[in-house]
Write a protein that binds this ligand. Structure first.
Ligand SMILES: Nc1ncnc2c1ncn2[C@@H]1O[C@H](COP(=O)(O)OP(=O)(O)OP(=O)(O)O)[C@@H](O)[C@H]1O
Ligand SMILES: [Mg+2]
Length: 277
């Protein structure tokens, strides 16, 4: 849903120089700007990836197109980009927002968890799911996610009662460097897309542990790709139609090679799947 930015909260860390903004739907979004210092294409990559991940039902934040008007930017001079010592103004128009999972003044979100707490993440399977996606999309960045505490509903042993239990939830973020970022090609490396804490892959014993996502990508519906393309604001893609079509064709062809791409992770200097023999 297209939204308007209504309040600035703060600048975030990271190469895209995103800012946390409140939008007119009452939610907060980490917003990457069209003229961000990485490349305009990282916004295209974010929107396409969000659509594909939604289809695959992988745990990601909601996303939205966020409009910033000249009036909003004029009233919020702290929103700008910095390249070296140069101040660059944000261009008014459409930008990409990734929804913050609560009120940022009250709700703690973590970029990293120590290993003992990582073991308490309730959706461990999403790390295997997202590796399937990252291999397919040739994500040139290491896997990144955010964590937050949540009460997880769980059936109590031996009864039908559902008991809430505190745990952590992981949400996969930062898809600016899928499709190799600004390059829109698919270089291959066994290390690509892996999460730095390898304990999330301890349950992997064979390719079957990447199901059902592996089959879902191999049989990916073409209309999901077409629909994602149509979601892109024209001002992000002018002059890019041929390059975008070429990139999406390569992505389409690449589906069949996924088993091989995942298996190749084991050829990294240290095998990320110690229990896959
Ligand atoms: N949906 C979200 N909810 C909470 N925090 C988020 C969300 N999206 C991004 N962040 C925070 O904003 C930071 C920057 O986001 P992101 O990693 O997508 O941008 P980036 O500038 O591309 O970073 P990098 O330099 O790692 O490539 C993240 O490290 C994370 O802390
Ligand atoms: Mg990042």
């Amino acid at each position: 849903m297209p939204l308007n930015a209504v309040r600035h909260v703060r600048k975030m860390r990271g190469g895209a120089q995103a800012h946390l903004l409140e939008a007119d739907d009452g939610h907060w979004y980490v917003v990457k700007f069209r003229n961000n210092p990485q490349h305009r294409r990282v916004l295209v990559n974010e929107v396409l990836s969000a659509a594909f991940l939604e289809y695959l039902k992988i745990a990601v934040p909601e996303t939205a197109l966020i409009q910033m008007t000249p009036a909003f930017l004029g009233a919020n001079p702290e929103i700008y980009l910095q390249i070296g010592t140069r101040r660059i103004e944000i261009e008014p128009g459409w930008h990409f927002g990734s929804r913050y999972p609560g009120d940022p003044d009250r709700f703690a979100v973590y970029d990293f968890l120590p290993d003992t707490l990582l073991a308490q993440v309730v959706n461990q399977e999403d790390f295997r799911a997202i590796l399937v996606f990252d291999k397919w999309a040739a994500n040139a960045d290491g896997r990144q996610c955010v964590f937050y505490r949540a009460l997880v509903r769980e059936a109590a042993a031996g009864s039908s009662a559902v008991r809430p239990r505190p745990g952590f939830v992981a949400r996969m973020i930062d898809h600016g460097y899928t499709f190799n970022g600004p390059h829109w090609d698919f270089p291959e490396s066994p290390l690509q897309g892996l999460y730095a804490r390898r304990q999330v892959y301890e349950s992997v014993r064979s390719l079957d542990d990447f199901q059902p996502w592996l089959d879902q990508v191999i049989h990916f519906p073409e209309e999901v790709i077409d629909r994602a393309w149509k979601r892109l604001p024209a001002e992000w893609t002018d002059g890019e139609d041929a390059a975008l079509e070429r990139m999406l064709e390569q992505l389409w062809e690449r589906r069949q090679r996924l088993p091989e791409l995942i298996t190749a992770c084991r050829e990294a200097r240290t095998n990320p799947f110690p229990n896959w023999r």
